[in-house]
Design a protein around this ligand. Structure first.
Ligand SMILES: [Mn+2]
Length: 332
């Protein structure tokens, strides 16, 4: 069965699941962790115990996400799929998990996600591209399963919602997202605590890295594209890690006239290779199509890919893809 499942069908499958493993994509973000933690609590509330899979390379989690209880985490070495139901959350395709080559061993694989280009790799797929976040879908499933929102459940779901909507500023933010936020806040989310942990308490390394990024900033295509890149050397000089790059692109995407922002970060383990984040500042642009052209993926408004191109080559490629989208009937 690979048809799109309904929320009721997913709820039924979850209720009847015996032993559950919850998994997400590599480099888990706020939505990935918020959805895992939320789903674990929801299953617990209906009497189903689950264990969370996190790839070895992703541990330890970034400190702002490590505060949530994932229970006794399983990794590549300890995971056992026999007669398990595996629930993937926020994972658009099998390449985004180290479990990819082993998915065939999984008897029941429930794929719950909001990426519009999700490859439907589950035996049951619940993909709602109109949801701002996977956390939004998990919140809907909590209702479907009759699980009340506790402060403990509400907070991780709020973190998923807040981070995937860029604090309610991206195009994926809807009335339903705000309605969800209102319910979660009523349920007791510590708004001040979440805001401080995720967006304040900033270490100098983060602002130093921002400085290096802005120093490298270049504007291309008569102002349509803004790019910046931080090298491994910049990371070292700033005393920064990958997590400190979070948010830099949001500083860039607000430039007047810009349609796409691109931030490239050199991978520490692969000198000369850059992980590029793309953001659309124009809702008619689909940056996920640009990312897919280069072997990546994501959402229409936020996507990414990996490249060894230099800044000028990368800019030329992005501008060419942008022109191709306009030519294909997109807005001018
Ligand atoms: Mn997400």
């Amino acid at each position: 069965m690979t048809h799109g499942a309904t929320a009721a069908e997913v709820a039924t499958a979850l209720r009847s699941a015996g032993r559950v493993i919850l998994a997400t994509h590599t480099h888990p973000d706020g939505d990935a962790i918020g959805s895992l933690v939320g789903m674990r609590l929801i299953l617990e509330a209906v009497g189903i115990s689950s264990r969370v899979f996190v790839a070895d390379q992703d541990l330890p989690l970034p400190e702002e996400l490590a505060v949530y209880d994932l229970g006794d985490v399983v990794t590549e070495d300890t995971v056992d799929f026999s007669d398990r139901t595996v629930v993937f959350l926020d994972c658009g395709n099998a390449d985004r998990t180290p479990l990819g080559p082993r998915l065939g061993e999984i008897p029941v694989l429930i794929n719950i996600d909001h990426h519009h280009d999700n490859t439907r790799f589950g035996t049951m797929n619940f993909v709602d591209a109109s949801a701002s976040s996977t956390a939004e879908i998990v919140w809907l499933l909590a209702k479907e399963l009759g699980v009340p929102l506790t402060p403990e459940l509400a907070e991780p779901l709020y973190v998923g919602l807040l981070t995937d909507t860029g604090r309610f500023s991206y195009e994926n933010t809807t009335a339903r997202s705000h309605a969800m936020a209102a319910e979660l806040i009523d349920a007791g989310v510590d708004l001040t605590g979440v805001r401080r942990r995720l967006y304040e308490d900033v270490l100098p390394a983060k602002l130093h890295l921002l400085r290096y990024a802005l120093d490298s900033m270049a504007i291309h295509g008569d102002g349509l594209l803004v790019s910046a890149r931080v090298t491994a050397e910049d990371f070292a000089a700033a005393g920064a890690t990958e997590a400190h790059a979070e948010g830099i692109i949001d500083v860039m995407r607000v430039l007047r006239g810009v349609r796409v922002a691109a931030l490239a970060r050199e991978l520490d383990r692969e000198p000369g290779t850059f992980k590029v984040s793309l953001r659309a500042a124009d809702p008619t642009v689909d940056v996920s199509a640009i990312a897919r052209f280069s072997g990546g993926g994501g959402h229409p408004q936020a996507a990414g890919f990996t490249t060894s191109l230099d800044d000028a080559e990368m800019a030329a490629l992005i501008l060419a893809e942008l022109a191709a989208q306009d030519g294909a009937g997109g807005a001018a």
